[in-house]
Design a protein around this ligand. Sequence first.
Ligand code: SF4
Ligand code: SF4
Length: 197
Amino acid sequence: MERKQDTGIVRFLKTVFFVEILQGMKLTLKTMFTKPVTRQYPKEKRPAMTGFRGLHALVRNPETKQAKCVGCGLCAAICPSHCITIYTSEGEKHEKVVDRYEIDVLRCLYCALCVEACPFGAVVLTEHYEYAGYNKADFKMTKEKLLENWDKYMTGDKGTEYFKRFWGPRADDFKTPENQAVFRGRSQTKVDLNNAE
Ligand code: SF4
Ligand code: SF4
């Protein structure tokens, strides 16, 4: 629709009485007293949703304090972007020893297939999403860094909660309507963090 142009006298009066400035001020004042729609990041952080796929971690066995990973290589085999590399050797009792476990985070798709494939619940995607770096090496997650991630981001019951909620999510976790069918994943499979083997 074509906008009607003000006549000369109306334009003059509007200028004299600061009509357009007052209209702008009215909008400013109105906005000042409404709830902001934005967040003051990084001061205000949005909590991660259930099942959020953030930075990787290797699960630390609370009893042995070592990584639970046995180096079976299933996670590396299923990874669609081939960003997991595992180096193993033979231990004194002919067991497999995981010497190095590396994830190239820059190539990761955050699909969580590695988590799903792991029969021991030994790898997770934490809720941590704030990781930046100045060089590529910062994004190469070594076994030591991945275990540190577990200690930092999966403290307390978070680890157990992760498997319970991530792999057996309930409708109320996702705020879906009651009785709506939801993916229940491996809800029948209990991952025991202490006795995986
Ligand atoms: S989340 Fe997906 S892409 Fe990333 S390491 Fe795991 S399997 Fe690979
Ligand atoms: S699938 Fe699990 S146990 Fe096997 S190598 Fe990967 S993280 Fe380790």
